[in-house]
Design a protein around this ligand. Structure first.
Ligand SMILES: Cc1ncc(C[n+]2csc(CCOP(=O)(O)OP(=O)(O)O)c2C)c(N)n1
Length: 242
């Protein structure tokens, strides 16, 4: 929402616009969240969302750049988006373009060594036109980060690689907006944001749900999720009015 609302330069009626900023959702399994945003911004009709992951759909669970307007890179095999984003950033730099690539990476995805090779490359070449965004939600597919393979302090590691790194509350839209602006105005090094987030945020019963990586909700659970999300939203609105 923050990216598409305030930062990206794009034209939904011309997704291939040469002068657009690019997005690489390296944690490709989050494709459905991206599709909701793209539909909201007019890249395609909302009705298409109902075809998610069905045979012949243009919205496969993992993003496909050939199929979906607004998707710049095919992803799903974790780690690979980091290298392709580094390649896009290099190409933009070589062309003399001031456009950026926004690279979204999972914290569990960092288990892939490929990420660290791409980060070293970005830092060494001071590719500040690739904004690295890590979703630090502390969980991955089948456990917590520590249970599966501890990445230790991600922000410190990126700093050690040579990145200008900010750690920010990834669920605070205003903080996120500011942090992106700071990153976009950093010229002397590669840039990264580590977003402190909670998996399933906004729906309390889901935040603590052990297998919340991939769940098929029952109808009562869908209703409960919608009710809890609405309650949270109302509380946020009340807070901002106060
Ligand atoms: C190379 C590769 N190995 C395994 C998977 C299966 N897989 C899909 S999502 C996931 C967990 C990723 O964790 P994280 O990046 O933290 O994503 P999040 O928890 O934010 O959804 C795994 C292992 C994959 N997509 N690609």
């Amino acid at each position: 929402s923050v990216l598409y609302g305030n930062h990206l330069r794009y034209d939904a009626s011309n997704p291939e616009w040469e002068d657009r900023d690019r997005v690489v959702l390296s944690k490709g399994h989050a494709g459905p969240a991206w599709y909701a945003t793209l539909a909201e911004k007019g890249f395609f009709d909302r009705e298409l969302l109902l075809t998610l992951n069905q045979g012949g759909t243009n919205l496969p669970s993992h993003p496909d750049r050939i199929k979906t307007p607004g998707v710049d890179m095919t992803t799903g095999s974790l780690g690979q988006g980091t290298s392709t984003a580094a390649g896009i950033a290099t190409a933009l730099r070589m062309k003399g373009s001031d456009r950026r690539v926004y690279l979204i990476v999972g914290d569990g995805e960092l288990n892939e060594g490929q990420c660290w090779e791409a980060f070293q490359y970005l830092a060494a070449h001071k590719l500040n036109n690739c904004i690295v965004i890590i979703d630090w939600n502390k969980r991955q597919l089948d456990g917590t980060l520590e249970e599966v393979m501890n990445p230790f302090d991600i922000a410190k590691k990126l700093e050690a690689f040579g990145f200008a790194t900010q750690q920010v509350n990834g669920q605070d839209m205003i903080a996120l907006d500011k942090a992106l602006t700071v990153a976009e105005n950093t010229n002397e090094s590669a840039v990264a944001l580590v977003l402190d987030t909670t998996k399933g945020a906004g729906i309390p019963f889901f935040e603590t749900y052990a297998g919340n990586h991939s769940v098929k909700f029952s109808v009562p659970e869908v209703k409960q999720a919608a009710d809890e999300a609405l309650m949270q939203y109302a509380a946020i609105l009340e807070g901002s009015e106060a």
